[in-house]
Design a protein around this ligand. Structure first.
Ligand SMILES: Nc1ncnc2c1ncn2[C@@H]1O[C@H](COP(=O)(O)OP(=O)(O)OP(=O)(O)O)[C@@H](O)[C@H]1O
Ligand SMILES: [Mg+2]
Length: 358
């Protein structure tokens, strides 16, 4: 489970791992979980699993294990009300055999059968899931249990996920043994050396140059975050008249960079929040980049922690903020505090609901 803030390169890494798995002969599927509350996993997995079975079918003639897996997947789809037009052999059994309607029981079973069908052709199954934090606890638990059973009964399944840092806690809640089954490498900002390299190498490949000072300026402004390096690099390149790209070019590009980021990267997230949620985020920004003590945020807003608890909860569900440690709150988007101060320059004092007098 690759864990990290927005724009650090999780999806890029997930895709690289996915490509790697394919070249190593894994049968793979890759899904991205949408950000509306839970209930997606079955719907997202069925089409990919169906394609996997179809591909296996091309590897050799259909045989017993593949037939079993096909029937199981079709049952699974019908139980979880997922449309299934995919792979099947023969008639649909009239009663779903062995399916319970409980994802935590049924998912491991259907994955076991798919893995066994794959194993019969010398293949293993790899499932790649982006935005894992949007899965429900039940879905995470079903995945954890599938991995547990794979480890116990020796069927060859890997699950690689990517998402916001709160997954670690969510999965911990879902199943205590998940921590033994999964690794949680943290994807963070690049080191200053790596950030310089990420800028320098592509420039050099084009036969151009950048001043050391220009690179320093970018590394400092981006704090090494991949998405920002990409953006600063592009705008500095566009700003420069020729080689070398100078520190002044980078400075001149700054207004366009901030404008672009505000519109494309920050604003879309900000606009999805209600006024109360925006106010909460603005209160956090007042305290700086964070993480902040949840009580301190309430204090800045002039309310008690319990008064803003529902707002905070929704912001966590939206993936705007997260809590790594109990009582702490942090932005999931790097540099979001600076954006919030641009978006709402002044934090208005809290207005009590009930007013007295005229
Ligand atoms: N290793 C890298 N070297 C250079 N640029 C990178 C690297 N990884 C990511 N980037 C740049 O950062 C951008 C964001 O990466 P990516 O989409 O993988 O982030 P993410 O962590 O998945 O973000 P989100 O949480 O918003 O989905 C990429 O489009 C790319 O421009
Ligand atoms: Mg991503």
């Amino acid at each position: 489970m690759l864990l990290g803030l927005r724009g650090v390169g999780k999806t890029v890494l997930l895709n690289a791992l996915h490509d790697d798995a394919k070249t190593k002969g894994f049968e793979t599927l890759k899904i991205e979980v949408p950000d509306s509350a839970g209930g997606h996993l079955a719907r997202l997995l069925v089409p990919g699993l169906s394609i996997v079975l179809r591909r296996l079918n091309h590897v050799a003639a259909a045989e017993e294990k593949l037939r079993l897996a096909g029937a199981a997947l079709r049952n699974f789809a019908s139980i979880f009300r997922v449309e299934y037009e995919g792979f099947s052999f023969g008639a649909t059994p009239s009663t779903p055999d062995g399916s319970s309607g409980d994802l935590e029981a049924d998912l491991p079973e259907v994955l076991r059968l798919v893995c066994e069908a794959a194993a019969a052709r010398g293949r293993a199954i790899g499932i790649f899931i982006d935005e894992v934090q949007y899965l429900s606890e039940k879905e995470l638990s079903a995945l954890a249990r599938s991995l547990h059973e794979a480890a116990q009964s020796g069927f060859r399944l890997i699950v690689v996920g990517a998402g916001l840092p709160q997954i670690a806690a969510l999965i911990g809640d879902a199943k205590s043994y998940a921590e033994r089954l999964l690794l949680f490498p943290e994807v963070g900002p690049l080191s200053p050396e790596a950030a310089r390299k990420a800028l320098h190498d592509p420039i050099e490949r084009q036969g151009e140059q950048a001043e050391e000072g220009a690179l320093d300026e970018i590394v400092c402004a981006t704090q090494g975050y991949a998405y920002f390096l990409q953006t600063w690099g592009k705008f500095a390149w566009d700003e420069a008249d020729g080689s070398p790209i100078t520190r002044l070019d980078v400075q001149r590009a700054l207004p366009s960079i901030l404008n672009y980021l505000d519109e494309s990267f920050f604003r879309v997230r900000f606009d999805r929040c209600t006024q109360a949620e925006q106010r909460y985020l603005r209160g956090m920004a007042e305290l700086g980049p964070g993480p902040h003590r949840t009580g301190d945020i309430a204090q800045v807003l002039g309310v008690s922690s319990s008064q803003v608890a529902p707002v905070r909860k929704r912001l966590i569900d939206l993936g705007m903020i997260y809590s790594q440690r109990h009582g702490e709150t942090a932005f999931t988007v790097p540099l979001f505090d600076q954006f919030m101060k641009r978006a709402i320059p002044v934090l208005e004092p809290h207005l009590p609901r009930r007013r007295t007098g005229a």
